[in-house]
Structures are given as C-alpha cells and as structure tokens.
Design a protein around this ligand. Structure first.
Ligand code: SAM
Ligand code: SF4
Length: 379
C-alpha cells in the first residue's frame, strides 16, 4: 500500500489580511453546504483512480480559515474521504485555525472527529502590528486560543509567526516567540513577510505609504527568532520551520520529500503519478465543476526525469538535513556527484553547502541565499 497526503482548501475568511494572496473570499452568505457537497463530489471522483493502491497518512485542512465553517461540514468531508481511500489509524490530521474563530465547543468536536494537530495563525503579539497587517484578532485572543486548544487536549500545536513586517522590531519578535513557547506550542512556522502582487500591502508600498525593513534587518530578525527557538529546544528542520523532537509536520514533510498528495477544494494543488495539477481559484466555478463527480483541472504538468531531479534538489535543500546522495541516486538511477560536480565544488568553496556522511545541505550562510544556491543546480 502506498501512502498519500490529502490537502483540503477551505476558501473562507472573516476579512482579507492585507498581505495575503492565498485564495479566499469573505465569509458572508456563502453556501457552505454547496461547498462541502462539491468537495465530497470531488473526492468521490477519485474512487477508481486511487482506491486500491493507497492509504491516507496525513490530512491538512488549510485556507482560508477552516475553523469558520461548521465542524459537521469538516466531519462530512473526512467521512467521504474514508469511504474512498482508507485513512490510517495514526493519520496526522491538521487544521489551520484563526484565533477568534475558535471556541471550546468547536475544539472538542474537532478532537472527536480525529483532528490531532492545530496550526494557529498568531503572526505577532504586538497589537499595533496585528492591526497594521489587517488581522481580525488581538494578542490576548491569540494567547487565549492556545490556552483553549491545550485545555481541549491538543498536544500537537503549531503557531504561524511572521517577521519582516514594517515597524516590527527584534524585541517584538523575541517577545512574541517567548510568550507562545511558554504557552506550550510544539512547532513554530516562522515566515518572512513577502509582499505579494495584488495585496493591499503591496499597493501601499508602491505608494510609499509603508516601508519594508531593509535586507540586513530582515536577516537580523530571522537570526534573532532562530536563536530564541534553538534556546527553547525547538530545533530547526526546515528553512522556516522549527519543532520539538518528534513534532515535525508530517504533511509538509511530504511536500519537501516530493511524495504524493491530492488537494481538494478551489485552488488546491496535487501531485500524483508525477503529474502536478491544480483546481480553479474560483469558488463558484469550482462548485459548478464539482456539482457531479467530474474532475476539472487547470494546470496539468507531467514532470520528466530532469524536472523531477531539479525539483527534488530544490525541495530537499530546504530541509536542515539536506539531500541524501544515495537516496537521490537510487530514486533517479543517477550519479549526483558526477552530474553536479561543478556546482558542488563551487558551493563548497563558497561555504554555501556542507556535507556530512552521504548528506549535502545548506550552511547557515547558504540558507540566507537559498534561492541563489538552488538556482545553481538548474544550470
Ligand atoms: C495559508 S495561511 C493561512 C492561515 C490562517 N488562515 C491564518 O491566517 O491564521 C498560512 C500562513 O502563511 C503565512 N503567510 C500568509 N501570507 C504570507 C506572506 N505574504 N508572506 C509571508 N507569510 C505569509 C501566515 O503566517 C499564515 O498564517
Ligand atoms: S492570512 Fe489567513 S486569515 Fe488572513 S486572509 Fe489569508 S488565509 Fe485568511
């Protein structure tokens, strides 16, 4: 039996945050039942494609704000999944959660449904910053959300934290991290704010209404955050991800290991049988397309061996442990050191990568310019 990961995109938010370009629409009179029905139909459309070969070992409800919709709708989706592809007993089931959409009652229902990992979008515990980036919650609500989750019995809790926000200081970052670590989170995703075209913050920067921190300060914030986490036993396992031993996100590890997953819901991406494809980023269209068990896809890209090799290097180098040369050679029937001898020599000379046994990985310096290092392997 092969293992597969499942991503389900819940495209609703109370309000759009001013930096976010993930596909989501304002939660206002939307037909949740119609959406849940469409997702169930999409899942059923896979009946003959995957039923016999796979079991599900990770599920990730992302968004958007999955905690906005009725727990029963999520339960219905899990039930349909289990009818089509068997869900492993020890499946990791993660739910992204926004602080002020959580209640104790909802949390208990999530636990009963088998959800065993929460990923709470905290971003910062500085109220001015939260307002500036358009979050709908304050710092107290964010801390309360962690307490509620712990009280409801969730052990595996992640917090999303952002740095590189205009006006943010190193003190803010350290303060935020220490406070949430003290609350008992086991995992932290630590993201550098990126201005995405089409977002409010992008426009504001173009109009000189806000100024982004300079590159050096962005790195200082990253180092400061990394230090706090390392001191607190949250070890880094990926460029932006830190966890206590054994609490690494199994679902996201699938992405970095180039393993298979199916995404359901508008804008969700999939990787199956070496083909990458995605659903339309339009709720109305998505619901129409999945009003029966059809399977409409927007991007269909069959990856050849060269694409797969480059992609694998790109993904594995994001991980702290890097790429295992033997595994690469077995996977692609190739000779990594021969294929990339020039890159390896140049990058080693410049202290951007290092080796340990059969593994090749980014140095701390290499992590700072990971995009450059990865591009070298494209040549
Ligand atoms: C898919 S989002 C949704 C999570 C959840 N809806 C929330 O906001 O609380 C996951 C995380 O990506 C990060 N993120 C979103 N847009 C970003 C951007 N433009 N730059 C950096 N990080 C971003 C945020 O930390 C966010 O919590
Ligand atoms: S960051 Fe999260 S809450 Fe904010 S708009 Fe994006 S998906 Fe919604």
């Amino acid at each position: 039996m092969k293992k597969i990961g499942i991503y389900i995109h819940i495209p609703f938010c109370i309000r759009k945050c001013s930096y976010c370009d993930f596909y989501s629409i304002t939660w206002n009179n939307v037909s949740e039942d119609k959406f849940a029905e469409a997702v169930s139909n999409e899942i059923k459309g896979y009946k003959d494609r995957v039923k016999k070969d796979y079991t599900i070992d990770t599920i990730f409800f992302g968004g958007g704000t999955p905690t906005i919709i009725k727990p029963e709708s999520l339960g219905k989706i899990i039930k349909t999944l289990n009818e089509i592809i068997e869900i492993d007993k020890n499946c990791e089931i993660t739910m992204e959660a926004n602080p002020n959409t959580l209640t104790e009652d909802k949390l208990r229902q999530y636990k009963d449904m088998g959800i065993n990992r929460l990923s709470i979008g905290i971003q910062s515990l500085n109220d001015e910053i939260l307002k500036k980036i358009g979050r709908v919650h304050c710092s107290t609500e964010a801390l309360d959300a962690i307490d509620m989750a712990v009280n409801a019995g969730f052990e595996n809790i992640n917090a999303d934290i952002m740095f590189n926000i205009p006006g943010q200081t190193i003190y803010d970052i350290e303060d935020t991290l220490y406070k949430i670590i003290h609350k008992g989170v086991k995992h932290i995703s630590f993201y550098s704010l990126k201005l995405e075209e089409g977002t409010l913050m992008y426009v504001m920067e173009k109009l000189n209404k806000i100024t982004m921190p300079d590159e050096d300060y962005e790195r200082e914030m990253y180092y400061a955050g990394r230090n706090v986490m390392e001191k607190s036993n949250l070890h880094q396992y990926e460029i932006s991800n830190f966890s206590h031993e054994g609490f690494e996100c199994r679902h996201n590890l699938k992405y970095w290991n180039q393993e298979e997953y199916i995404g359901f819901g508008p804008s969700a991406h999939s990787f199956l049988n070496n083909v990458r494809y995605s659903n339309s980023s339009d709720l109305k269209l998505y619901c129409e397309e999945n009003s029966s068990m059809s399977c409409q896809r927007t991007i269909q890209e069959k990856l050849g061996r060269d694409d797969l090799m480059f992609e694998y290097i790109m993904l594995r180098l994001r991980l702290k442990e890097g790429l295992n040369i033997k595994t690469f050679n077995d996977k692609f029937s190739a000779d990594f050191c021969k294929l990339y001898s020039k890159q390896i020599n140049d990058l080693l000379k410049n202290c951007l990568i290092e080796t340990e046994g059969d593994n090749i990985r980014l140095t701390l310096r290499g992590m700072d310019i990971s995009n450059y290092v990865i591009r070298e392997f494209m040549k």
